[in-house]
Write a protein that binds this ligand. Structure first.
Ligand code: NAD
Ligand code: UDP
Length: 320
């Protein structure tokens, strides 16, 4: 049994990771300042005597005994990471550095949640880990993209300079139950709009693409990376290579929900990447991992989740 610190543990992905690590018999401390997360995401774990939720901002140093540190803390949706860009950058840089210092002191393995956003608006397609990216350093997405790139730099410098064992995952668009309905990401927006027969908001002409991974697949890949051989540092892409335009996604959601919603077109935010699809050869080779859940299946589970929320609480806060 390992003692594992999960920062951002009350968020969407962090809470699913806590579930999984506890199921595997580990002791888990979730560290979160509730910036975009919610204690509700882990309330079912509080009775477990191997789980603790600690309210803390990773921009400030934190000290605890631990064998592994999973750094998931960071606002992840464009509207929320752009709400306070300096905070986002500090979380990515100062926060990651504080946790790397802790890993160094405790001789813990450091796991970093990086992102496909390090590729920016990619000029190679699909994206392999070797692609250095095509990122606007001064745009509205830079606080996140450049923050995450700096986070990777810190991981590799602590690894080379101090020998900290690292694992860096580049996560591609992941969706599923517990995504914050108000955070403005495309899957949560489209489903919540569709189940209420509200207009489905497509930004731009809907021809931009994304590749959507169901949360259970992502967690399987992350756990394999976490416990992989020390030589496997990453960065490694984890995502589902099935690529869809936003128009196709809207049509699938309309079909699966049987909604009467209309599709409406809104302005495309600046620097919105035109296409994104992971090359997952490295994950297949090093982790023997590939996703299992098809988009329709994952969307159906996510639709059920949001319908239950809507039925239980008519005042669910939505985006916009
Ligand atoms: P989320 O917003 O649900 O979770 C992030 C969590 O971090 C929240 O609980 C939030 O309160 C917490 N947090 C934010 N700033 C913090 C700080 N300074 N100190 C402590 N806690 C803080 O988002 P998510 O989708 O679960 O994303 C989790 C991680 O995965 C993020 O680092 C994100 O960049 C990365 N990621 C997610 C995706 C995705 O598709 N979901 C894709 C790429 C990368
Ligand atoms: N998007 C959209 N309608 C929405 C929300 C998002 O068309 O209501 C688009 C957005 O412009 C982007 C894609 O969907 O092209 C994915 O957006 P998301 O914020 O989920 O992820 P990211 O852009 O970070 O990949």
């Amino acid at each position: 049994m390992a003692r594992i610190l999960v920062t951002g543990g009350a968020g969407f992905l962090g809470s699913h990771l806590c579930d999984r690590l506890l199921k595997e018999g580990h002791e888990v401390i979730a560290l979160d300042n509730m910036n975009t997360g919610s204690a509700d995401n882990v309330s079912h774990l509080v009775a477990t005597n191997r789980f603790e939720l600690v309210e803390h901002n990773i921009i400030d140093p934190y000290e605890t005994e631990c064998d592994y540190i999973l750094n998931m803390a960071c606002p992840a949706s464009p509207p929320l990471y752009q709400r306070d860009p300096v905070y986002t950058f500090r979380t990515c840089v100062n926060g990651t550095m504080n946790l790397l210092d802790l890993a160094r002191e405790k001789e813990a393995v450091f796991f970093q949640a990086s992102t496909s956003e390090v590729y920016g608006d990619p000029i190679q397609h699909p994206q392999k880990e070797e692609h250095w990216g095509h990122v606007n350093p001064i745009g509205i997405r830079s606080c996140y993209d450049e923050g995450k790139r700096a986070g990777e730099t810190l991981c590799f410098d602590y690894h080379r300079q101090y020998g900290v064992p690292i694992k860096v995952v580049r996560i591609f668009n992941t969706y599923g139950p517990r995504m914050n309905a108000a955070d403005g990401r495309v899957v949560s927006n489209f489903i919540n709009q569709a189940i209420r027969d509200m207009d489905i908001t497509i930004y731009g002409d809907g021809s931009q693409t994304r590749s959507f991974c169901y949360v259970d697949d992502l967690v399987n890949g992350m756990v394999r990376l976490l416990f992989s051989d020390p030589g496997v540092t990453g960065p490694v892409n984890i995502g589902n290579p099935g690529e869809f335009t936003m128009l196709q996604l809207a049509e699938k959601v309309l079909e699966l929900t049987g909604s009467k919603s209309e599709i409406v077109f809104k302005p495309l935010p600046s620097d919105d990447p035109k296409q994104r699809r992971p090359d997952i050869s490295l994950a297949k080779d090093k982790l023997d991992w590939e996703p299992q859940v098809k988009l329709e299946e994952g969307l159906a589970k996510t639709i059920d989740h949001y319908r239950e929320l809507m039925e239980a609480n008519k005042d669910v806060q939505l985006f916009g």
